[in-house]
Ligand binder design. Structure first.
Ligand SMILES: [Zn+2]
Ligand SMILES: [Zn+2]
Length: 314
């Protein structure tokens, strides 16, 4: 009689878990569901014939004192976060085109309108978040913090210091601290570079805590983040969730609201919708659906839908 199969070690199960994550765009888009022609028609062609909307503004950044915090959504996953004496950019992307994908909402401001930037946070190496041409055009920035395995992409871009973190590692400098927290996503920029990490960031400064989730599917990790560093403001992605298989790596508004509750955060700022057509849901569906769900759940007053290029003080 054969011995029963021994229980999987935790390393084995981890490896198996890893293999479940898609390695490429193709993994996300099973060819029996979507033929390349349908892909082209829905994501590339439809965007091409859709006029670009939104206006690029000349923002008036608020005066900040003590523990004030101001947030400006640039579009997609890009934000300017400001404290007194600290300007931070997260996943800055000012591109009008990502290869064949047309930007459908103008960036809220021009790169030239940015204040001097002290810190750039990059959540992962995907092209919509880690946009080299935008990063090259930034004024000289002291520090760039990103996940493990991504430093080699950032070093040639002119940062004075590039800091790589693993999940739950922090980097502290002056009066701020940034921690890389887990997400459920993947990091490969090209098909084979599986060494690149990914995650979200919690930025702490002057007693305030703001969380940018990067890209993530819904996962139990939000509860852990809520327990370990319950953030006050949660910037959560709500787009690129249809068809269902995309939810292996992205959340819909329904799951973002669940994540918000798990995080025990006070305010929810949605992102990662409306700018690029990366999936098959209607472009205006994510914020509309999120609004309906938040109202039903009695959380409407905690939802902060920002307009690109309009700073908001928190
Ligand atoms: Zn991504
Ligand atoms: Zn993304």
């Amino acid at each position: 009689m054969k011995n029963p199969r021994p229980p999987a070690t935790s390393l084995e199960s981890k490896l198996r878990e890893k293999r479940r994550l898609p390695r490429s765009f193709k993994d996300l888009t099973p060819s029996n569901h979507f033929a390349p022609a349908e892909f082209f028609r829905e994501l590339v062609w439809k965007a091409l014939i859709t006029p670009r909307t939104g206006t690029t503004k000349s923002p008036v950044f608020p005066d900040l004192k003590d523990d004030d915090l101001a947030l400006t959504w640039i579009g997609h996953a890009s934000f300017l976060i400001q404290f007194m004496g600290l300007n931070v950019l997260v996943d800055p992307n000012f591109a009008n085109w990502l290869f064949l994908l047309k930007r459908l909402r103008r960036p809220g401001l021009k790169i030239g309108e940015l204040p001097p930037i002290d810190l750039v946070l990059l959540t992962h190496a995907h092209f919509d978040h880690f946009h080299k041409p935008s990063l090259r055009r930034l004024p000289v920035t002291e520090v760039c913090v990103l996940p493990w395995g991504c430093g080699s992409l950032a070093r040639p871009l002119g940062f004075e210091r590039v800091i790589e973190l693993r999940w739950w590692e922090s980097f502290q400098h002056k009066d701020w601290r940034v921690t890389l927290v887990p997400s459920q996503h993947w990091g490969a920029r090209t098909l084979r570079d599986t060494q690149r990490g990914y995650g979200g960031f919690i930025l702490e400064c002057r007693g305030r805590r703001i969380y940018h989730a990067g890209d993530s599917a819904y996962f139990e990790g939000f509860k852990e983040i809520g327990e370990r560093i319950s953030p006050e403001l949660a910037l959560l992605p709500i787009g690129a969730y249809h068809p269902e298989s995309f939810r292996k790596v992205h959340m819909g508004p329904d799951q973002a609201l669940k994540a918000f509750v798990d995080l025990k955060a006070q305010q929810l700022v949605p992102m990662h919708y409306g700018t690029f057509r990366l999936a098959f849901e209607d472009l205006d569906e994510p914020p509309r659906w999120l609004g309906e769900l938040a109202t039903k759940a009695g959380l409407a007053d905690r939802l902060q839908v920002l307009e690109e290029g309009v700073p908001k003080k928190f």
